[in-house]
Design a protein around this ligand. Structure first.
Ligand code: AGP
Length: 602
């Protein structure tokens, strides 16, 4: 949720920290702060965004070359300056991402500290200060040994400002190893342009960073080897490149990013798919009779859509798709001839990570369907597929949905191949996957303008219903989420067959209804649902590739060569529709209120 940056080097810490925080702002943007050191501490904190912090930096510029910074997504205590990080306790300054579950009990022990905030993070800073004599690493270790909960922290002591101590448990922290400088960040994007060499801290590891180097330890204060890895992303990928918003960039680049997902994996000529990272032989794939797909939000909807495809591809496999935060408390039985697909763009979602660990504890193999290379879920999974969609900066997930669904579809094709199923059954999926990037490109090129005009027409509605059947049902759910999270319209998706069982009572002039209608065997049923709403003067928007005449107020017709994968294409219409409504409503499209890109707290 929160963004953390630290710096020690020859440059100006204030500019390195604020530009790094600006790159991480999508992770949380209630407040921001930095502290830099040069004989004295310069602490600057602002409610709101990094731009607000920058105004303070302008009037309190220093040439300090050491510092730490933070952008916050509030968990304990409302967004305010007093709750903004860095927090101070005695000689200690600290930034924190995560939740200290036992902060109340720890706070009761810290009688000598006068608390200035309502945060659990300040309690941790005070705890570290209570142990700090002259060895900061030791004080941090002693404090963390008492902590229950998740943390990614960076800590500096004013009487030893040439050392930054960092630690992680459940919240990502990466050390960027530069030339004569070292950075720390909660996400690799803050390191780009400084270095492509990184140490990904693991849970339970602590690092002391000085100008002379980096020393890793564990919670027992024993030395740990540091492994330097290459950062995959590059600077260009995290810049808007002329687009008005990251969201429009990420929607528009889907032909390219989906092609990256498929590259080297889909062999049209030989009608085969090869996924290197799943580490399973054909006989192991043949032995799979049950798949559990885990995710949150859009990742969950991608899993739901993939489940329809997988069950179409292999008749002897059942697929159970679960919302990560629910699964853990439902304790569903998972048969042993199973595999779990763990779907996460960020690879850091706390609910999804916890769910994977629970499933692994039952001896079931977990395969990550992940975008962020080196993320926690990717590192802890038993294998998986990187979707290679490039950094997704906008809080609303778009290109990841398309690539996640396609990656899981490829897994389904591999299951089918392992069963030496009649090749004709995989052929449409492979052929359509191979043209899906260009079909998306054609839609974006030919239909964006019309979709923008239609969105404007409907941008004043505050309520919406999204409807689909079969593979269009998860797409309807995703379309409703996209609109909801960036335009704040009360949009909800339903299986179209459920309309008569309640939702149709909602239809009145306050609502518009989006019908996602692929030209498939369910078309006629969708047409009768549409007529039921039309008979009640609904404001219907039909998104379809069918040439059938539909009794809708607005029809967005999408010509395509696709058949089975049409719903993935129709979802791109929904992405553009939601984007233009959010823009028309004047919202902060890339950083919608109350949200964060990666929900690293449960
Ligand atoms: C989607 O647009 C939302 N930002 C949110 O639902 C997101 O999909 C969810 O938090 C899961 O994130 P992840 O894919 O990084 O795990």
């Amino acid at each position: 949720m929160c963004g953390i940056v630290g710096y020690i080097g020859k440059g100006r810490a204030q500019s390195v920290l604020t530009s790094g925080l600006a790159r991480l702002e999508y992770r949380g943007y209630d407040s921001a702060g930095i502290v830099t050191f040069n004989g004295r501490a310069t602490l600057l904190r602002a409610k709101g965004k990094v731009a607000d912090l920058n105004k303070l930096v302008k009037s309190s510029a220093t040439s300090d070359s050491v510092g730490i910074g933070h952008t916050r997504w509030a968990t304990h205590g409302e967004p305010s300056v007093k709750n903004a990080h860095p927090h101070r306790a005695g000689r200690i300054y600290m930034v924190h991402n995560g939740i200290i579950e036992n902060y109340k009990e720890l706070k009761s022990r810290l009688k000598n500290h006068k608390f200035a905030s309502e945060t659990d993070s300040e309690v941790l800073a005070a705890l570290i200060d209570s142990f700090y004599k002259d060895d900061l690493t030791e004080a941090v270790i002693k404090a963390l040994q008492l902590v229950d909960g998740t943390y990614g922290i960076a800590v500096v002591a004013t009487d030893n400002p040439e050392k930054i101590v960092v630690a992680r448990n459940g919240s990502p922290l990466i050390i960027g190893v530069g030339k004569d400088e070292t950075l720390v960040a909660s996400d690799a994007s803050a390191l780009l342009g400084y270095t492509d060499r990184a140490i990904y801290l693991n849970d339970g590891e602590i690092a002391a960073i000085t100008r002379d180097g980096i020393a890793l330890r564990n919670l027992q204060n024993e030395p740990v080897d540091a492994e330097i890895e290459k950062i995959e992303a590059d600077l260009a990928q995290i810049q808007k490149q002329g687009y008005a918003h990251f969201l429009l960039k990420e929607i528009s680049e889907q032909p390219k990013t989906l092609a990256e997902t498929l590259r080297g994996r889909v062999d049209v000529r030989n009608e085969r798919v090869v996924l290197g990272g799943i580490n399973m032989t054909p006989s192991q794939l043949r032995g799979i009779k049950h798949i559990t797909i885990v995710g949150c939000g859009t990742a969950y909807y991608a899993g739901l859509l993939a489940s329809y495809y997988i069950e179409q591809l292999v008749e002897d496999v059942t697929v159970n798709v679960v919302i990560a935060s629910e699964f853990r408390y439902k304790s569903s039985y998972i048969p042993h001839d199973s595999v779990a697909l763990i779907v996460s763009q960020s690879g850091e979602t706390a609910d999804t990570l916890a769910c994977m660990r629970e499933i692994q504890s039952r001896g079931v193999k977990c395969l990550g369907i992940i975008n962020s290379v080196g993320s926690t879920i990717a590192r802890e999974a038993d294998g998986g597929v990187y979707i290679h969609a490039g950094p997704e900066i906008s809080v609303a997930s778009t290109k990841a949905f398309t690539s996640q669904t396609s990656a899981m579809l490829m897994f389904g094709i591999m299951l089918a191949q392992s069963r030496s199923i009649n090749p004709r059954d995989v052929r449409p999926f492979i052929q359509e996957l191979s043209i899906l990037p260009s079909e998306i490109g054609k839609l974006i090129k030919n239909q964006s303008k019309a979709i923008a005009a239609i969105a404007k027409k409907y941008s004043s509605f505050d309520h919406a219903i999204y409807l689909g059947r079969g593979t269009a049902y998860p797409v309807a759910l995703e379309g409703a989420l996209k609109l909801k999270e960036i335009s704040y319209v009360d949009a909800n998706g339903y299986p179209a067959g459920e309309l008569k069982h309640g939702p149709i009572a909602l239809v009145d002039d306050r609502f518009f209804e989006v019908f996602v209608i692929p030209d498939d065997e369910l078309l006629e049923k969708m047409v009768s649902n549409l007529q039921e709403v039309e008979a009640r003067s609904g404001h219907i928007i039909a998104i379809t590739n069918s040439s059938k005449k539909l009794a809708a107020e607005t029809v967005i017709k999408v010509p395509t060569k696709l058949k089975v994968l049409t719903p993935i294409l129709l979802n791109v219409v929904q992405q553009l529709f939601a984007y233009h409504i959010a823009v028309a409503r004047g919202n902060d499209v890339d950083q919608p209120r109350n949200l964060a890109k990666s929900v690293t707290v449960e």
